[in-house]
Design a protein around this ligand. Structure first.
Ligand SMILES: Nc1nc2c(c(=O)[nH]1)N[C@H]1C(S)=C(S)[C@@H](COP(=O)(O)OP(=O)(O)OC[C@H]3O[C@@H](n4cnc5c(=O)[nH]c(N)nc54)[C@H](O)[C@@H]3O)O[C@H]1N2
Ligand SMILES: Nc1nc2c(c(=O)[nH]1)N[C@H]1C(S)=C(S)[C@@H](COP(=O)(O)OP(=O)(O)OC[C@H]3O[C@@H](n4cnc5c(=O)[nH]c(N)nc54)[C@H](O)[C@@H]3O)O[C@H]1N2
Ligand code: SF4
Ligand SMILES: [Mo]
Length: 852
């Protein structure tokens, strides 16, 4: 598809094949617009992306892309890209300043905040779909500020599911839809939102095959619901009743897999008992789905040879979200649809998602920084053996390594000795996660909100700032996220950012969040540096793609790795002689490097907090600046080796000691497309279960108690006479991609982000298709255009996500469409995980004339 043939590019210049004089260069990369990160081939015309197509060599996406990838030029060549650091003046204007000035001032302000208020006062917010490597550097700032507090977009969507997963089997699950006989999508519209490879062909095939059943649970007639064999058109927010009824049917009609439960689970008796008396008929009625259809669907799942499940925002951002996650898991556990072809799977990770952090934990060990890649204890042993130092601590450690590496005769011996020591050390580390500390649960400093997977719930963040509590956050770093747009109650977020003593945004664009920051630092785009996603969730083959730079960095921008390296050099923790020793050690071999790193940390423990910078400046020493962010992957490969040694070996990464990791690292660097890094067999899913005895723990007591509260008639509805409608504040459409592309011209359709409404509601309000109307929630009022049709149930209206962004080049003023979080409120959230109720906002709609 040629973007140029059909539309004008952001700068208005039209690129056509006929006008092209120089032959196109073709580069390999990946789409960055959703977690799938499909492999792509880009034909470059100068710096323009002239044509884009799927990369057939990519082992995950195998040539597939959706329509959005074709429009990536609007991301890469947006006329409004940032090209200079910006500083906010007291009047709220933004003036360009030099990199040195920006970094000097930020470092000085951080020092002042740490000095005045003590440790733990920095909040790091990061997000992104395709640029997770760039986030690593912020760990240096967190380390310096001795503050483990972080949050990401996951803490407003997946936190409840993570909480359930962790207790039941320890880690994340994923369906195997390509082979499943039954495909079950709960509050998920995979036709538009994908989340698994080649989603549309897989869905189309399942829908066409009479032997297979595609089930979609959604109050909207979504694109996926339209092709589904069974569409459970649940009333908004009533999924808990629907799923409890389905679990009730499984238990009461004895459709459960007793062998599976006996062999692989604990607590099944307690669960079966809890659902023995569930009033199926009554709950079905509350959910809005006919009882007979509820029963039939449960039977279809129970009878299937294989079934796979995906729950997403429609339930995770709505009422009872954590409970619904639990009930969703019950459907496949009770029917034994796990660890077989076409069933639910646990899978490998390159690195586990989530930074370990915990309020209590960091207070106890003040100097231990939260690190995604902690230096393993066994490396200390390496220094001891390799250098002969009995106590490889203090200055002695540095000196011993220096001496060893300085002698051309002793250096090779040092590498061998370090290897021997590490082999021994690695051998002693029990299989499992020794390298990665167990993620502790903890709570946020001000409100005590539950930290899940190292992340503070997004809905709590402003409460941790807008207070006079002494432990409130004083500084904020945002890297690749737009929380002023994406988190509940944008107005409150704006106030919070003004209340901070320092806020820094690292982004490619002047986003809604950047427009509030004290400093804005321009990053090179994801096509101008080495980058990757850590959303690697596939099984039995899991794929990692280390993307190489497609273009040189845009003038004035830096990679995040370089930005954080330059910033942390100003912290006074790293010194050039130490870095020089490590550079020499890397040249001597990977074992020497790890030993030298252990020595460097033994000599000065605070250096451990600067690991990402150290790696960038040492392992990355001979790389081009735009490839250098990839250096951190060496540590990621070590983490992957520790977590998934056998699966790595089956994928061809074998050897003793560090060899598998080093081989994987080299393969990632030398391969343009994605690489299969772990290979498993169907039953190997059990290897990833971390609960005792590898048994699924079925009882989560507070959730079983919540099931009982579903009988309470007072707690079924959140609407009122004032706000009689339920607004879905942001769902995904064909041309939405969060706020990664800001130029509204990128949208082929749906540019105004109309409000979907049923014919019944429209008639009652006197509205016709295309009319303007006033939409009001307790959060605020906005003017919308209505789109009348059969998509919505009466009483339910829906706005797209990702709208309401400003664009100085294309829009003279204002924004395109409505930012949904102008209408949401931080109070409406799940009691356990703190996840927002974006899909369930009580609202009122008025024809504009009536509203006056
Ligand atoms: N095109 C596109 N694709 C994307 C993205 C994008 O921005 N654009 N973003 C990516 C990201 S970050 C994510 S997290 C995923 C999200 O992927 P999805 O969760 O699929 O995204 P949504 O469209 O927001 O919500 C899914 C569905 O939930 C339904 N829903 C609303 N209320 C309820 C309810 O009460 N019960 C039930 N059962 N369903 C309800 C909506 O009607 C909608 O069809 O998409 C990813 N893919
Ligand atoms: N009401 C409502 N709110 C929602 C949702 C909803 O459905 N309804 N969905 C929620 C969900 S699931 C999600 S995931 C979030 C998404 O919201 P956020 O997590 O805030 O993500 P984005 O809006 O995609 O912002 C990503 C930012 O990264 C920037 N960026 C792109 N490339 C680079 C790079 O190379 N380096 C740097 N430093 N920055 C880069 C982009 O310019 C953009 O500003 O929104 C959430 N908010
Ligand atoms: S938006 Fe997602 S599914 Fe579509 S091409 Fe990009 S990565 Fe693939
Ligand atoms: Mo998301």
């Amino acid at each position: 598809m040629d973007i140029a043939n059909s539309s004008s590019t952001p700068q208005g210049a039209t690129v056509t094949r006929s006008r092209r004089t120089i032959p196109l260069t073709t580069k390999t990369s990946a789409c960055i617009l959703c977690e799938c990160n499909c492999g792509i081939k880009i034909d470059l015309d100068g710096r323009r992306f002239a044509t884009i197509r799927g990369d057939k060599e990519h082992p995950g996406s195998q040539g597939y892309t959706c329509e959005k990838a074709m429009r990536l030029d609007y991301y890469q060549n947006d006329a409004a890209r940032l090209t200079s650091p910006l500083k906010r003046t007291p009047e709220g204007e933004y003036v360009p300043i030099g990199w040195d000035q920006a970094l000097d001032e930020i470092a000085a302000k951080l020092a002042e905040i740490k000095e005045r208020h003590g440790p733990g006062k920095l909040l790091a917010y990061a997000s992104g779909q395709g640029d997770h490597m760039g986030l690593a550097g912020v760990a240096s700032v967190m380390g310096y500020m001795e503050s483990p507090f972080a949050s990401t977009a996951l803490a407003q969507e997946k936190a409840g599911e993570v909480w359930v997963d962790t207790q039941m089997y320890g880690t994340h699950t994923k369906g195997n839809f390509e082979h499943a006989q039954v495909l079950f999508f709960l509050g998920k519209n995979p036709w538009q939102t994908h989340s698994f490879p080649k989603a549309r062909p897989v869905l189309r095939e399942a829908a066409r095959d009479p032997e297979r059943t595609l089930i979609v649970v959604d109050p909207r007639l979504s694109e996926s619901a339209e092709i589904a064999d069974i569409h459970l058109r649940v009333k908004p927010g009533r999924d808990a009743w629907l799923l409890a009824a389905m679990v009730g049917v499984l238990v009461q009609e004895d459709l459960v897999d007793h062998d599976f439960l006996a062999k692989h689970t604990t607590g099944s008796e307690r669960v079966l008992k809890a659902f023995r008396d569930t009033p199926v008929a009554e709950f079905a009625e509350i959910s809005g789905v006919p009882e007979e259809l509820v029963r039939r669907t449960a039977r279809v799942i129970a009878a299937a040879e294989s079934a796979s499940f995906y729950e997403d925002l429609g339930v995770q951002q709505s009422a009872h979200s954590t409970l619904v996650s639990y009930l969703d898991k019950m459907l496949w556990i009770l029917t034994g649809n796990f660890a077989r072809k076409g069933c639910q799977q646990l899978h490998s990770f390159m690195i586990p998602l989530g930074v370990p952090s915990n309020g209590k934990w960091w207070r106890r060990k003040k100097n231990s920084a939260p690190l995604p890649y902690p230096v393993p204890m066994w490396a200390y042993r390496a220094v001891k053996v390799a250098t002969g130092a009995t106590k490889p601590f203090g200055k002695l450690a540095d000196r011993a390594v220096s001496a060893a590496l300085a002698s051309p005769r002793f250096a090779p011996r040092f590498e061998r000795a370090a290897k021997a020591a590490l082999d021994l050390g690695i051998g002693l580390v029990p299989k499992g996660l020794r390298l990665i500390p167990k993620l502790p649960d903890g709570s946020s400093p001000v409100t005590g909100a539950r930290i899940i997977s190292g992340q503070i719930p997004c809905n709590s963040l402003t409460e941790e700032i807008l207070t006079d509590h002494p432990d409130r956050f004083r500084a904020l770093f945002v890297v690749s996220g737009n929380p002023a747009h994406s988190l509940a109650e944008s107005a409150r977020w704006r106030a919070a950012m003004r209340a901070l003593e320092l806020s820094v945004v690292v982004d490619v664009a002047f986003t809604e969040t950047a427009q509030l920051a004290d400093y804005v630092l321009p990053a090179s785009s994801q096509f101008e540096k080495a980058e990757a996603t850590f959303f690697n969730f596939e099984f039995p083959q899991n794929v990692f793609h280390l993307r190489k730079p497609v273009l040189d960095p845009l003038q004035g921008t830096l990679t995040e790795a370089e930005i954080f390296a330059r910033l942390s050099q100003r912290f006074g923790i790293l010194d050039e002689p130490a870095l020089e020793r490590l550079r020499r050690a890397w040249k001597n071999g990977p074992n020497s490097y790890l030993a030298a790193l252990a020595a460097a940390v033994a000599a000065k423990p605070s250096r451990v907090a600067m690991l990402t910078t150290i790696v960038h400046e040492t392992i990355g020493q001979d790389m081009d600046e735009s490839l250098r962010p990839a250096a951190i992957m060496w540590f990621a490969c070590i983490a992957a080796m520790f977590m998934n040694g056998k699966s790595l070996a089956r994928a061809g990464f074998t050897g003793k000691g560090l060899e598998p990791a080093t081989k994987l690292y080299e393969k990632l660097l030398s391969t343009e497309t994605g690489v299969v890094f772990t290979q498993d067999d169907w039953g190997d899913s059990w290897n990833y279960v971390t609960t005792p005895g590898k048994k699924i723990r079925m009882v989560i007591e507070p959730l079983l108690q919540e099931v009982a509260t579903l009988q309470d008639p007072q707690r079924r509805s959140w609407t009122s006479a004032e706000f009689p409608l339920v607004l879905i504040a942001g769902h995904r459409r064909s041309y939405t991609a969060n706020t990664i592309i800001r130029d509204p011209v990128w949208r082929r359709r749906g540019g105004d982000g109309a409000l979907q409404i049923s014919k019944v509601d429209a008639a009652a309000l006197g509205l016709s298709d295309g009319d303007p109307a006033l939409l009001t929630t307790k959060g605020g009022s906005v003017v919308v255009t209505v789109e009348v049709g059969d998509i919505m149930l009466p009483g339910n209206v829906a706005l797209p996500n990702g709208m309401g962004t400003t664009h100085p080049g294309v829009l003279r003023e204002g924004a395109a469409g409505v930012g949904p979080n102008e209408l949401t409120s931080i109070e409406d959230r799940d009691p356990i995980a703190g996840t927002p109720w974006h899909k369930h906002v009580p609202a009122r709609l008025e024809a504009l004339s009536a509203a006056g």
